[in-house]
Write a protein that binds this ligand. Structure first.
Ligand code: FPP
Length: 252
């Protein structure tokens, strides 16, 4: 069993019933490349513009009642991009974490990272660890950044840990149910997302939070990520509030 005191303190995968707005929003920030191309600039120019939007969105969360924000920054599949783009993104993450994120830390934002850190550069991992530690006492918005993250990879890594516990005799296979696996996922301290937003007009989930989004509402919007604003987020939260979530049941 993963041993993290936070698991007991906050962990819940139960849907956010009885609320009008989403408690947890997850965002697939897509369209940076096209945004840059439309301006005749290199793709990395779009990623830099995209990084700037993150702050506005994080800062909008408290007034919208959003407690958890999870953003997809780099997928396990993104390594297939050119070496120039991957190196540029890694450098952007390092810079972003050491400067921009520190500012967020002073605004009561608690930052976490999900994904497999093993393939990431040691310097970047150190910055990630530091930021998690520095913001660990913050109780405002919970910002989770998915970096070298893939939903299938996460489930595979979780299964490996679970299998080890079975082999060591600390977990009885007969006791495994729907509540067991989430305790081994990277997201074990987070509630499931209520709303998943993908920008740029693509209607795919691209291996993002596969287990966790089983009952999420989805919004696929045309806006390219560098054009996404807090106003648009507010509009999507409002629309979410008017949806009827039944979680497989029938409303009478
Ligand atoms: C997808 O757009 C975006 C990414 C693969 C990277 C996301 C990164 C950021 C928004 C910037 C940094 C974030 C943080 C947390 C610092 P794309 O390149 O696939 O765009 P395209 O589909 O138009 O080509």
């Amino acid at each position: 069993m993963p041993k993290d005191p936070d698991t007991m303190a906050e962990g819940t995968s139960s849907p956010s019933l009885g609320r009008t707005g989403p408690r947890h929003i997850a965002i697939i920030m897509d369209g940076n490349g096209r945004w840059a191309q439309a301006r005749g600039r290199p793709r990395l120019f779009g990623h830099h513009a995209g990084a700037k939007r993150v702050r506005e969105v994080v800062e909008a969360c408290p007034s919208l009642g959003v407690e958890y924000l999870t953003i997809f920054a780099f997928s396990t599949e993104n390594w297939k991009r050119t070496q120039v783009e991957v190196a540029g993104l890694m450098s952007l993450f390092r810079r972003y974490i050491s400067k921009e994120m520190k500012a967020l830390a002073t605004r009561n934002v608690r930052v976490r990272f999900i994904g497999d850190r093993l393939r990431l550069d040691a310097k970047l991992v150190k910055l990630m660890d530091q930021l998690e530690l520095e913001t660990s006492a913050n109780v405002g918005t919970h910002l989770t950044i998915a970096l070298n993250y893939g939903g299938r990879d996460e489930v595979a890594r979780a299964t490996k840990r679970l299998a080890r516990d079975v082999a060591e005799g600390t977990l009885n296979p007969e006791d495994i149910d729907e509540e067991t696996l989430p305790r081994y996922l990277d997201t074990h301290v987070l509630p499931d997302p209520d709303l998943v937003i993908r920008t740029s007009g693509e209607a795919r989930i691209s291996n993002f939070l596969l287990w966790q989004s089983a009952y999420a509402e989805y919004e696929f919007i045309d806006t390219l990520w560098p054009d996404f604003t807090a106003t648009e987020l507010a509009r999507l939260c409002d629309r979410y509030g008017r949806r009827e979530r039944r979680f497989g049941a029938v409303n009478t």
